[in-house]
Every structure is written in C-alpha cells, then in structure tokens.
Design a protein around this ligand. Structure first.
Ligand code: HEC
Ligand code: HEC
Length: 304
C-alpha cells in the first residue's frame, strides 16, 4: 500500500508538473501573439464632410455596425460601474483574464476623437491595429475589414461629429488567463485573423440583393459565426448566438416573421431576444430594404 501511494504521488506530481510547464509555455506563446507588431500599409480613405455622408455614417454606426453595443450609447465607452451588475459586451475588468475596454470614441477626455487621425481610424476599424501597431483586443475588425471605402469614410466623418464626453478608461490588456486563451481564440486578437494585404472587393451596389445582404450580414457573423451557423457572443462566451441559416429555426419562418423579429425582438415562437446579447434594438433602425436584402442572403446560404 505504501509503495502504491508513493508511486501514485510521483505520477500525480509528475502530471501536475507537466501541466504547469504547459501553462507556462502557453502563456509565453500567447504573450508573443499579444505583443506582435503589425507593419501594415494603411490605404487612405476619403473622409467626406457633407451632411448626407455624415448621416450615412451615423446610420452605419447605429443600425448596421452596431458599435454602441460595446462602445456605449453615446460611443463614449462603457460606464464601468454599470458593467459590474449588467455585463457589457466586449468589456472585462479582471486581472486574471484581462482588461477589455471598448474605447471612448468621442473627443472628450480619454477619447480617440482628440488624438486620432483618419489613418488611425482606418488602422483600428479595418485592420484591428492600434496606434502602437499591436492588435486591438476583441474589436471585431475581422468583420469590419469588409466595410467599403464609402461606408468607412462616412463612418469616420460621423465619429468626428460626436459630442465630446469625458470618460477615461485606461488601456486594455490581457492578463495571464487571457494570454493562454489567446493562443487558440483568434477573435481575441483580430489583427491576427486578417489578411492585411488582400485586394479589396469592389464596393457593393446598394439594393435588395443577395450580394448587398451578404455585405450587411457580415456584422451578424460577429456573433452568429462564419456562414451564420452559430457561435458565441464575443466577450460573453457563455452566451450562444444560434444558427440563423435555414437549417435552424429560421427554416420555418416567413420573411415577415424575420422582419418582425428584428423590429420587435420577439420571435414567432414568442421568445423575447435579450438586447444585451442580440442587438435587435439597434438593427431595428435598418431600413426595410436592408432587412429584405439580409433575408434574401439568408435564403441563399447552404442548407436553405
Ligand atoms: C464586440 C465589441 C465591439 C464592437 C461591436 C465594436 N468595438 Fe471598437 N473596440 C472594442 C474594444 C474592446 C476596443 C479596445 C481594444 C484595445 O484597446 O485593445 C475597441 C477599440 C476601438 C477603437 C480604438 C482603437 C485604439 O487604438 O484606441 C476604435 C476607433 C473603434 N473601436 C471603433 C469601433 C467602431 C467604429 C465600431 C462599429 C463599426 C466598433 N468599434 C465596434 C470593442 C468593440
Ligand atoms: C452581438 C452579438 C450578435 C449580433 C451582432 C447578432 N446577433 Fe442575432 N442573436 C444573438 C444572440 C445571443 C441570440 C440569442 C438571443 C436570445 O436568445 O436572447 C440571437 C438571436 C437571433 C435570432 C433569433 C433566432 C431564434 O431562433 O430565436 C435572429 C433571427 C437573429 N439573431 C438574427 C441576427 C441578424 C440578422 C443579425 C445581423 C443583422 C444578428 N442576429 C446579429 C447575438 C447577436
């Protein structure tokens, strides 16, 4: 018996040792990914100043890009105290996992507005890279990378018109657990997921078409995953965003049921979608044509 215990102790101790070594290795591999710098040529994007373009930028930010989900209602970043009781998407303030702070995008204190150049916005939104040339954390640039020059320019134009709000949030950074997770969770480091030198697709033609629906639905893949077959909400990994291809419940829905769901947040089954995780309360600002285009796109996906 004693011999057994001795061997048991040696094996358990050995396994624990291997596990600790593995964690340390993963920590260093993750840290290298986090600290990697990206030397990317930032193509210049025309930033218009006319009222129609600024209105287009506002529409993109509020209804399509749903930037407010993480950056807050007034785009000044989350109110940290609110996030303690009512989790904010894209937010974490935990020394073990790390600090994820969607930035203040206004020109108030702590905001990007007073320091960012147009190129800084393009680098951040399209490439997921900060001014230190490192990957931003969790900011869904892999999807925003597909935004056309026109929409990106309009969006930057709009961001520059935001009312200044003071909100100093400090730098984001990953703690030890976040660094270990970053080894496998590519979405934490968007710049690592993007082909920065890829040729840009031509700007989509606005209309009720599968093509334009696919362009708009890029944002849905942030949570519903590639091909809309289901995934997790970034920053709230416990929350499932369902399969919304016709293989899932939407296979039995009509177009008007789909549009009513986005407009009311209530599914044909009578379930209320939680706006903290499924931002229907923002998508509801999309025009009928935009929702029609997304519906057409969903019909065109495999499985339908
Ligand atoms: C899923 C949450 C999420 C969404 C949605 C989101 N962001 Fe972010 N964003 C973040 C986080 C988190 C950061 C901070 C990352 C960091 O500092 O590493 C950030 C940072 C930024 C930055 C500043 C980067 C810097 O270098 O300081 C800009 C600009 C930005 N976001 C713009 C936008 C715009 C515009 C949209 C909508 C089209 C948007 N974001 C949507 C989470 C999000
Ligand atoms: C920030 C994450 C997020 C984004 C972005 C997002 N969704 Fe969702 N979606 C969810 C979550 C989470 C649920 C489940 C919510 C619940 O059950 O309360 C959901 C549920 C749904 C449902 C209901 C499915 C069912 O069977 O009940 C539909 C339809 C839907 N989303 C469509 C969309 C469309 C279309 C887009 C893009 C325009 C989109 N979603 C973008 C997170 C998201």
């Amino acid at each position: 018996m004693r011999r057994f215990l001795k061997w048991f102790g040696i094996i358990a101790g050995g396994l624990l040792g291997v596990f600790i070594v593995l964690l340390v290795v993963l920590f260093f591999v993750g840290s290298r990914k986090v600290d990697r710098t990206y030397d990317v040529q930032i193509a210049s994007v025309a930033v218009p100043t006319d009222a129609a373009s600024i209105a287009r930028g506002k529409h993109y930010v509020e209804a399509i890009g749903v930037c407010q989900v993480c950056h807050g209602q007034d785009l000044a970043g989350p109110v940290v105290d609110d996030c303690k009781n009512d989790p904010c998407t894209g937010f974490s303030n935990d020394p073990i996992f790390g600090k994820l702070m969607p930035n203040n995008l206004t020109s108030g204190r702590g905001g990007t507005g007073s320091v960012f150049t147009d190129a800084d916005y393009v680098r951040a939104i399209r490439h997921g890279i900060g001014r230190d040339n490192k990957s931003l954390l969790i900011m869904p640039s892999e999807q925003y990378n597909k935004i056309s020059d026109e929409d990106l320019g309009a969006m930057i134009a709009y961001l520059k018109t935001l009312d200044p709000v003071d909100n100093e949030l400090g730098e984001s950074n990953l703690g030890p657990l976040g660094r270990v997770i970053a080894v496998i969770a590519g979405g934490l480091l968007p710049a690592s997921q993007i082909d920065h030198s890829a040729a840009r697709a031509p700007s989509p033609v606005v209309g009720v078409s599968v093509e334009y629906g696919g362009y708009l639905a890029e944002v849905c893949t942030i949570c519903h995953g590639d091909g809309l077959t289901g995934s997790k909400v970034p920053g709230n990994e416990r929350v499932d965003a369902l399969n919304i291809t016709l293989d899932g419940p939407l296979g039995d829905w009509t177009k008007s049921q789909f549009i009513n769901t986005i407009r009311s947040g209530i599914t044909p089954q009578g379930d209320l979608l939680d706006p903290r995780f499924m931002p229907w309360n923002r998508f509801t600002r999309m025009t009928d044509d935009e929702l029609d285009a997304i519906w057409l796109y969903i019909q065109s996906l495999p499985g339908g």
